[in-house]
Design a protein around this ligand. Structure first.
Ligand SMILES: Nc1nc2c(ncn2[C@@H]2O[C@H](COP(=O)(O)OP(=O)(O)OP(=O)(O)O)[C@@H](O)[C@H]2O)c(=O)[nH]1
Ligand SMILES: [Mg+2]
Length: 561
């Protein structure tokens, strides 16, 4: 399985510009992904993507002209001192008591109005917002117009609330300046818990070694080299590393220059969000992978499903009844008239199952709400065979999908299981079993049977009449002879024999036609039952496979830088 997010470029992009429209397209792709997987993948896994979509939308809508830069670091590293030095005002208290800064302070270069909505969203209280704009130094500060600088509390604080505040803000700001000092620059907390986590945000990360004035000129390059080595190990190769001295204006030149470039580029917000998209896409990769989505449920599994559905729907019982009913009805129509009445007394095997119901395809089975037939309920074995067949359809459809999906496919396949028995019953009831028409040959044979019976009756009457006349001593009837046999006797015996003969000859024909009727009914029932399977089992599976394909395409688009 090749990794979709292999496409997310890991290389440090440095000066590479992020196109706002391309970023919006990537965010749209993440949104499409979320729509596609809604209800199918565990919500917990989707939280970062939802957060990103929501945050990015708000950030871009609020202001693209401002750049929010946070000064983050351990307590005492000098964040507030750098904040004040950049603002050239004592805005954020600097102290000896640790930690000093408990709430985030903001300084806005340029008019505050435009920045206020952004600061409301970021959550900096109005009393901690300052404006760096005065008539005297307006020109000096123009290079920083659009900068919103934040002085964060310490992330290694004894105060848990400080850490929570820092974590919240690090998710919202456009650029982070990590402030370390010569004593604690190698501290594990900053490297393991923070810097390493930011490796996808290298192009909006700056590291500052503050209090450089405390090092001798010989020590400074050694410490910077050591720090660079640690940053490389954190995955932050190539990020700007500066040394500063908050107490000395000359020691602020490098950082100020870096800030001016960031503000001038107006890229930090876009780069930060692009990094966020990279992170989210990489996190989602495992959920989606790059398996080719199956075209649809597998044919063999579908055949198995249709067989199991036919069994559960009682198709064999119905087709058996169709064959019996055909024989019953054909017998009643073509049998020897003298025993037809007796046949009619026996119940019709189809009527016993309350079949056929409404005939033909005109009736939509879904419209009839009550169970329509008396076809026996599926046995436990048939029910479990159906369960297994549905499972097999789901398993085969999800074979190549990543681990998060087979569960969704199986749930979809089983989602309408409870409605299946009624749907199957209605379908059986609504299927034209082909027994409504009385074939012409039944009528012909039936007519012949009536004729020969009539002949026998006439012969019998004639004979009875002759016998009665003789008994009364009246003149006998003149019986015409056919060969050696008197005509009335021939009519009676011939009629009886012919009736029996026709019945005997018709019987194999009826049996053959009954088997054909059964085969036709089986074909129709199987097709109808398969349609139910398609609607109740396969369609939900196809919908999930479609969602998978959409999610995969969307994630691929989101990965494209
Ligand atoms: N020598 C020297 N001292 C500095 C420098 N920056 C800060 N300090 C001192 O270091 C101490 C801590 O500075 P702060 O700016 O309060 O540090 P912080 O990072 O804001 O600390 P918290 O608010 O507690 O997180 C203060 O006594 C500062 O005067 C620097 O560049 N050089
Ligand atoms: Mg502080």
């Amino acid at each position: 399985m090749t990794n979709i997010t292999g496409r997310v470029r890991e290389a440090f992009r440095g000066d590479q510009r992020v196109d706002a429209d391309a970023l919006i397209a990537r965010l749209d792709a993440v949104r499409r992904f979320l729509t596609a997987v809604d209800g199918l993948l565990p919500d917990a896994e989707l939280v970062p993507a939802h957060t990103l979509v929501e945050r990015a939308g708000t950030r871009l809508a609020l202001s693209r002209d401002h750049t929010v830069v946070a000064l983050a670091g351990a307590t005492g590293s000098g964040k507030s001192s750098l904040f004040n030095a950049l603002a050239q005002l004592e805005l954020s208290p600097v102290g000896v008591r640790r930690p000093t800064t408990g709430v985030t302070h903001a300084c806005v270069w340029g008019p505050l109005e435009g920045a206020n909505r952004l600061l409301d969203w970021i959550g900096v209280l109005p009393r901690h917002r300052f404006v760096r704009e005065s008539a005297l130094d307006a020109d000096d500060e123009t290079a920083l117009h659009g900068l919103i600088l934040l002085d964060l509390p310490d992330f290694d604080s004894v105060q848990r609330s400080h850490r929570l505040e820092v974590d919240r803000l690090l998710g919202l700001v456009d650029q982070v300046v990590w402030v370390v000092d010569p004593q604690k620059y190698a501290d594990r907390v900053i490297h393991d818990s923070y810097l390493r986590e930011f490796h996808r945000h290298r192009d909006v990360t700056v590291v500052v070694l503050n209090q450089a004035d405390r090092l001798t000129p010989a020590e400074l390059p050694r410490v910077l080299d050591d720090l660079r080595r640690l940053l490389d190990a954190d995955g932050l190769t190539g990020v700007p590393l500066l040394s500063t001295a908050a107490i000395d204006p000359a020691g602020m030149v490098g950082l100020r220059g870096a800030m001016e470039r960031t503000v001038a580029e107006r890229q930090a917000a876009l780069r930060r969000l692009a990094g966020d998209v990279d992170t989210v896409v990489t996190g989602l990769d495992e959920l989606v992978g790059s398996a080719r989505p199956a075209g649809g449920p597998d044919d063999t599994a579908v055949d198995g499903l249709n067989r199991a559905l036919a069994g559960a729907a009682g198709v064999p019982a119905v087709t058996e009844a169709v064959e019996q009913a055909y024989r019953h009805r054909a017998g009643a129509a073509t049998g020897w008239p003298l025993v037809r009445g007796w046949r009619r007394l026996r119940p019709d095997p189809l009527r016993r199952l309350h079949l056929p119901g409404p005939t033909g395809d005109q009736t939509d089975p879904a419209e009839s709400l009550v169970a329509a037939t008396s076809v026996p309920d599926p046995t436990a074995a048939q029910r479990s065979a159906l369960g297994l067949a549905i499972r097999a359809v789901a398993d085969r459809a999800a074979t190549d999908l990543p681990a998060a999906w087979p569960g969704a496919v199986t749930s979809a396949a089983r989602s309408r299981l409870g409605d299946l028995p009624d749907a199957l019953d209605r379908t059986i009831a609504g299927t034209d079993l082909g027994l409504d028409r009385r074939p012409l040959w039944w009528r012909l044979v039936g007519g012949v049977q009536w004729l020969v019976t009539l002949a026998a009756v006439v012969g019998l009457g004639w004979l009875v009449l002759g016998y009665a006349l003789r008994a009364l001593g009246l003149p006998a009837l003149d019986n015409p002879m056919v060969g050696q046999v008197p005509l009335p006797t021939l009519l009676l015996l011939g009629g009886l024999l012919a009736g029996l003969l026709v019945a005997a000859l018709t019987r194999p024909l009826v049996r053959w036609a009954a088997r054909r009727a059964r085969a036709h009914a089986e074909q129709r029932l199987t097709a109808k039952v398969a349609r139910v399977g398609d609607e109740y089992v396969l369609t939900p599976v196809r919908i999930v496979l479609g969602s998978y394909a959409q999610a995969r395409d969307a994630l691929r688009d989101a990965a494209r830088r």
